[in-house]
Design a protein around this ligand. Structure first.
Ligand code: NAG
Ligand code: NAG
Length: 427
C-alpha cells in the first residue's frame, strides 16, 4: 500500500518535471501573478466545464515559480470590447490569423454550475446583472467575467473565475472580490493547447459583454499582474447602432417611443463614456471608431499592429483590403475590379455612398427616435461624433427638407412597436 503510494508519487513528480520542461522549452510563458505560490485558496468547488489533464495541471502549478523571472514579452494580449452591432466582428477579424489565438465571444457560451445561477437574485444583487442573451445562465458577474477573459488572454483556464462568481452571487463588492483573488492562488488550471505554437504572435479576445465595466478589467489586470497589451474600445455612432439593432431584432429599446429610446440610449452611451474614462490616458487603451475602420481598414489595421510592434499577418492584410472602403470603392478605379473572391464591403461603393452609409440611420429611425438618441447620447456624440453630426447637418440643408427619406421615416416608424422581439438588452 505504502509502496504503491510512493511509486505513484515518484511517477507524478517525474511527469510534472517532464511537462514543466516541455512548457519551458516551448516558451509558452506568462506574467503570472507573482504571489501565486502562496496557496491560501478557499475550497471553492471545481468548475465542471474545465478540461483538465493531470500532467498539465502539475506543470501549471510549478510554472509560476519558474516563469516569474521570465515573463513572456513576445506574446501580445489584446481585448476588443464594444457594444453589439458596433462592428466588433470586423474588428475581431483583425486578429484572425494562423499565428494568433482568437477568442470570439467566449462569455456567450461560458457556463457556471447550475446551483450558482439559482442563487442569483436579480432583485437584491448589486454586483451581478441579468443577461437575457446569455446562452447557459442568465447572469453576468463582472469580476468573474473579467477573470475568465484575462485567463483566456493568458492562454489558461483556472478556477479563479469560479472563485469570483461564488463571491459575487452573494453580493460581495467587486473590489473585495479582487482583493480576495489577489490573496489566493488558483487551485487548478490548464493551458490552452492552441497557444503552443512557437511563432505565436499573441492572443486576442473579443467580447460585447463587458460594456461599462472596463475599470474593473484594468483593476483586475493590474492587481493580478495579468498584462493586457492593448484594449481596443470600439465605438459606433449610436444612431447607427440602434438602426442596426432593429434590423437584427435584439438589444433594442422596449418600444419605439421617445422615453424607451432615451432610456436605451442613456444606458448604452453611459457605458461608452464610463469605459472611455476608465481607459483614457492609459498606454494600453485605444478608442477605435467603426466608421474609421470601415473607411480605411488597411491603414487602421496597420496602425494597430504597429502599436503592438508586430507585423500584420498576410491573411489579415488581404482580408482588410477587401473591407477597405477607400481602396475598394472610392473615386479611384484601382479597387473597383480587384475584389476577387471576397464579397466587397458594404461601404466599398465610393465616397459619396460611403457618406450615405454613415447617415443611413436617418431613413430607418423616426425623428422622435433620433431626438431621443441625440439626448441620451449627447456626450458620446459631442466627444466622438461631432464630424458626423456636421455631415448630417450639411446633408439636411442640401436635402432642403423635402427629400423622401424623412417623410417615409415619420410615417413608418414613429409610433410603431417592434413586434419581432421585446427582449431587452441589459448588459
Ligand atoms: C496583492 O498581493 C500582494 C502580495 O500578496 C500584495 O503585496 C498587494 O498589496 C496585494 N494587492 C492588493 C490590491 O490587494
Ligand atoms: C414604452 O416603454 C415605456 C418604458 O420604457 C413605457 O413606459 C411605455 O408605456 C411604453 N409605451 C408603449 C406605447 O408601449
Amino acid at each position: 500500500m505504502n509502496r504503491m503510494l510512493v511509486g505513484l508519487l515518484v511517477l507524478l513528480v517525474g511527469l510534472s518535471a517532464l511537462s514543466t520542461l516541455m512548457y519551458v522549452t516551448q516558451k509558452v510563458s506568462d506574467s503570472w501573478p507573482p504571489h501565486s505560490h502562496t496557496k491560501t485558496s478557499s475550497a471553492a468547488a471545481a468548475a465542471p466545464s474545465e478540461v483538465e489533464d493531470s500532467t498539465g495541471l502539475l506543470a501549471f502549478k510549478l510554472m509560476p515559480l519558474i516563469q516569474q523571472k521570465r515573463p513572456d514579452a513576445n506574446r501580445k494580449t489584446v481585448i476588443i470590447t464594444g457594444h453589439g452591432r458596433s462592428g466588433s466582428t470586423l474588428t475581431g477579424s483583425i486578429f484572425r490569423a494562423p499565428n494568433w489565438v482568437f477568442n470570439y465571444e467566449p462569455l456567450k457560451l461560458h457556463d457556471w454550475p447550475a446551483g450558482l445561477s439559482k442563487r442569483f437574485d436579480p432583485e437584491t444583487n448589486t454586483q451581478c446583472r441579468p443577461d437575457p442573451l446569455q446562452v447557459y445562465h442568465k447572469m453576468r458577474c463582472p469580476v468573474a467575467d473579467m477573470m475568465y477573459l484575462l485567463d483566456l488572454a493568458h492562454c489558461r483556464t483556472t478556477d479563479m473565475p469560479l472563485q469570483a462568481v461564488t463571491l459575487e452571487v452573494d453580493d460581495v463588492p467587486g473590489d473585495d472580490v479582487i482583493r480576495r483573488l489577489n490573496a489566493t492562488a488558483p487551485l487548478r488550471g490548464t493551458r490552452d493547447p492552441a497557444c503552443a505554437r512557437r511563432d505565436l504572435a499573441g492572443v486576442a479576445v473579443k467580447t460585447i459583454r463587458i460594456n461599462g465595466h472596463m475599470d474593473q478589467l484594468f483593476a483586475l489586470s493590474e492587481k493580478l499582474g495579468l498584462r493586457v497589451d492593448l484594449v481596443i474600445h470600439l465605438m459606433r455612432d449610436p444612431r447607427a447602432v440602434l438602426a442596426s439593432r432593429y434590423s437584427v431584432g435584439w438589444g433594442m429599446p422596449e418600444n419605439r417611443s421617445y422615453d424607451a429610446t432615451l432610456a436605451w440610449a442613456r444606458d448604452m452611451c453611459g457605458r461608452t463614456m464610463a469605459d472611455s474614462r476608465a481607459g483614457g490616458g492609459r498606454v494600453n487603451y485605444m478608442a477605435l471608431r467603426y466608421e474609421d475602420l470601415a473607411a480605411a481598414a488597411v491603414a487602421r489595421t496597420q496602425a494597430i499592429y504597429e502599436r503592438l510592434e508586430r507585423d500584420v499577418p498576410p491573411t489579415v492584410l488581404e482580408r482588410m483590403r477587401k473591407n477597405d472602403a477607400q481602396s475598394q470603392g472610392g473615386d479611384s478605379a484601382k479597387g473597383a475590379g480587384g475584389g476577387g473572391k471576397g464579397k466587397p464591403h458594404q461601404y466599398g461603393v465610393g465616397v459619396r455612398n460611403f457618406i450615405a452609409q454613415l447617415t443611413k440611420w436617418r431613413q430607418e429611425l423616426s425623428q422622435v427616435e433620433q431626438n431621443a438618441v441625440a439626448e441620451g447620447c449627447r456626450e458620446v456624440l459631442r466627444t466622438f461624433y461631432s464630424d458626423i453630426d456636421e455631415l448630417v447637418k450639411k446633408k439636411s440643408s442640401s436635402d432642403g427638407g423635402g427629400a423622401g427619406d424623412s417623410k417615409d421615416t415619420n410615417s413608418n416608424t414613429q409610433h410603431q412597436v417592434q413586434s419581432k422581439s421585446r427582449r431587452r438588452w441589459r448588459q
